[in-house]
Design a protein around this ligand. Structure first.
Ligand SMILES: Cc1ncc(C[n+]2csc(CCOP(=O)(O)OP(=O)(O)O)c2C)c(N)n1
Ligand SMILES: CC(=O)[C@@H](O)[C@H](O)COP(=O)(O)O
Ligand SMILES: [Mg+2]
Length: 636
């Protein structure tokens, strides 16, 4: 399995300042050791591998040349930051990555002063770097701001908004464009083609000459310091005019695995740059570890694995993933209805839409890392009479919220939102938790909002969404495997706004929204052993709310408990609002709701995260007992 590699040079590095004492030869050796240490660590924990391996030399070069933490190195997304963590005082904890109580898989301000800006979502680094640069100009005690952004993340709209602003401000700032010709899937669109052209036309050797001191080859802005305005458009022999038009001096392309090129180039730029500079670096995702390099996604993310073979450890499961159930159901619906089309924002495999694309290539659209556009694009498709399924993780859909409100809901356009990764997702932690969609979707007039309690329910919800042409509709489902329930032959559209009774009981009714239902049923078993079996209902819809069902539960029980995998302001709040308005509280009816706590929950297994949220079966049982006024001895 994982052998700890021999790392004599790396062993001498506690902090980036230690790199200053190393010769360039030693830095090259350090990069080799850092790569081996990264592979070894990820083999133990699993996590994002390919992106980190691709920036090993870049990480060494940036820390050797710049002076973190005074200089701010800002990693976009943050999934490539494991080598950076190893060099910045966290090597002793690197084999705790993404585990409970361990290091985060992304950059995180609370973890280290060497993480000046937290991440997880893409395309934010340049905006943050511009903020640091502007603060520096106003006297903040901060050095250089360096954003490292991938070619995939560069397609996100925010990156261009930031470039536009940075060019306008004209302050010294470095953007390292880490171009590995890869997002998670192949990158989308003209930017990718443009970048390919840049390096096809400008061989890397030219830049090596610059790096070795041939200053006359530099863009004039770098030769003469402040005189940049007119020269900007000339650039180097190779061009880069898009970036130059945005106000950046373009330098590149440079081989990002060649420290002989990177080190002198960065040193020269550090000495000479006066305005914004874009350094175009070419790398290979997964570099230096054959099993990662040979994967189509460059080893983007992995389970724990055997270093020698690259073979991953997989948890055995008989149940299909929710993602797969969604995708297969959608393919079936689409086979019956040619108006159904599918939209993903750079996550074809993650959302399962790769299956849809295989079957209906012309009807599947990967728009790149562009959630805002994905939503409005879907609205356009719907306005033209198509039936778009816009499949986006809950956490990334947050970025498209104004578009959901303004372009979809206000116009009552029948966009179908398939909200994957709903609820707590585990190792990716707080940045990726799908905590808020119940609240932000259900507050919108005219939006139908559902949550699947298991994979069979998901099949019916896909059918419901396909059949619903009256306005927008959304359904959520979690990451990972389903419950292993019996699957229906085909999806049957649900009656809009109607829930179902799952188990009859007495005194307390638990009204569940989503996949906590399984934990609720476990809690019910434990309560039944005490002679206190509650009624269990699956609400299916938060909007419209099944008020008939709720009133029936009120009439037949002493109390109602709601539960959902979402933050305050979601399903429980809707039920509470309805109950308050209906006047039942005035008569002393008891109500409780279980929601995610008002805090960001750190990475751990989903089970652990739900335990710390107090939402597993034992906590549900305790809540019911409390509601019934049954005193129980506290668990140890
Ligand atoms: C807003 C947002 N959408 C989607 C993702 C999922 N995601 C994480 S990394 C990634 C690909 C990034 O590609 P690139 O920037 O080129 O970095 P690389 O992995 O190639 O180093 C995507 C789509 C995300 N983190 N944030
Ligand atoms: C870094 C990032 O945002 C993605 O790689 C994310 O980690 C994918 O999550 P899933 O593993 O749930 O697809
Ligand atoms: Mg990339």
């Amino acid at each position: 399995m994982s052998e700890t590699p021999k790392t004599p040079i790396l062993d001498r590095v506690q902090l980036p300042s230690d790199l200053k004492a190393l010769t360039d030869r030693e830095l090259r050796k350090l990069a080799e050791e850092l790569r081996a240490e990264t592979v070894s660590a990820v083999s133990v924990t699993g996590g994002h591998l390919g992106a980190g391996l691709g920036v090993v030399e870049l990480t060494v070069a940036l820390h050797a040349v710049f002076d973190a933490p005074r200089d701010k190195i800002i990693w976009d997304v943050g999934h490539q930051c494991y080598p950076h963590k190893i060099l910045t005082g966290r090597r002793d904890r690197i084999r705790t990555l993404r585990t409970k109580g361990g290091l985060s898989g992304f950059t995180k301000r609370s973890e280290s002063p060497y993480d000046p800006f937290g991440a997880g979502h893409s395309s934010t680094s340049i905006s943050a770097a511009v903020g640091f640069a502007a603060a520096r100009e106003l006297g903040a005690p901060t050095g250089d701001a360096i954003a490292v952004i991938g070619d995939g993340a560069m397609t996100g709209g925010m990156a261009f908004e930031a470039m536009n602003h940075a060019g306008h401000l004209g302050k010294r700032l470095f953007v390292v464009l880490n171009d590995n010709e890869m997002s998670i899937a192949p990158p989308v669109g003209a930017l990718s083609t443009y970048l390919t052209r840049l390096y096809a036309e400008g061989p890397m050797q030219d830049l090596k000459a610059v790096a070795k001191g041939a200053v006359s080859l530099l863009p004039e802005t770098l030769q003469e310091g402040a005189r940049r305005a007119k020269e900007m458009l000339k650039g180097m022999a190779v061009g880069g005019t898009l970036f130059e038009a945005l106000g950046f001096t373009y330098v590149g392309p440079v081989d990002g695995h060649d420290l002989d090129a990177l080190l002198p180039l960065l040193r020269m730029l550090k000495a000479r740059a006066t305005g914004p500079v874009l350094i175009h670096v070419l790398t290979k995702k997964g570099k230096g570890y054959a099993p990662a390099e040979s994967r189509p996604d460059g080893g983007h993310a992995t389970n724990r694995f055997d270093v020698a073979t690259g073979v991953q450890v997989k948890a055995p499961s008989n149940a299909p993933s929710y993602t797969r159930v969604f995708a297969e159901s959608l393919v079936k619906e689409a086979a019956r209805d040619e108006k159904i089309v599918a939209v993903t924002a750079a996550m074809p495999e993650g959302t399962g839409l790769n299956l849809f694309a295989e079957r209906f290539p012309r009807r599947c659209f990967d728009v790149g890392i562009a959630e805002q556009h994905a939503v409005t694009f879907s609205a356009g498709l719907a306005a033209a009479g198509m039936k778009p399924f816009c499949a986006i993780y809950s956490t990334f859909l947050q970025r498209g919220y104004d578009q959901i409100v303004h372009d979809v809901a206000v116009q009552r356009l029948p966009v179908r939102f398939a909200i994957d990764r709903a609820g707590l997702v585990g190792a990716d932690g707080a940045t990726h938790a799908g905590s808020f969609d119940i609240g932000f979707m259900s507050s919108l007039p005219g939006m139908v909002v559902m949550a699947a309690a298991d994979e069979a329910e998901l099949v019916h919800m896909v059918a419901t969404a396909a059949a619903h042409d009256e306005g927008p509709i959304a359904f959520r489902y979690p990451r990972g495997e389903g419950m292993g329930v019996e699957m229906p032959e085909a999806g049957v559209p649900l009656e809009i706004g109607k829930g179902r009774i799952v188990a009859e009981g007495a005194r307390v009714a638990i009204l569940s929204y989503g996949t906590r239902l399984a934990e609720v049923l476990k809690a019910r078993e434990a309560l039944a052993a005490r002679g206190l079996a509650p009624t269990v209902a699956d609400a299916r819809f938060v909007k419209p709310l099944d008020t008939d069902l709720i009133l029936r539960l009120v009439a037949e029980h002493e109390a109602i408990l709601t539960i959902e995998e979402g933050a305050i302001g979601g399903f429980g709040s809707h039920v509470a609002q309805f109950l308050a308005e209906s006047g039942v509280f005035d008569r002393g009816f008891r109500f409780r709701s279980m929601v995610l706590p008002d805090t960001f929950i750190d990475h751990a297994s989903p089970e652990d995260m739900y335990r710390s949220a107090g939402m597993n079966a034992p906590e549900i049982e305790a809540k019911v007992l409390d509601l019934l006024g049954v005193a129980v001895a506290k668990r140890a």
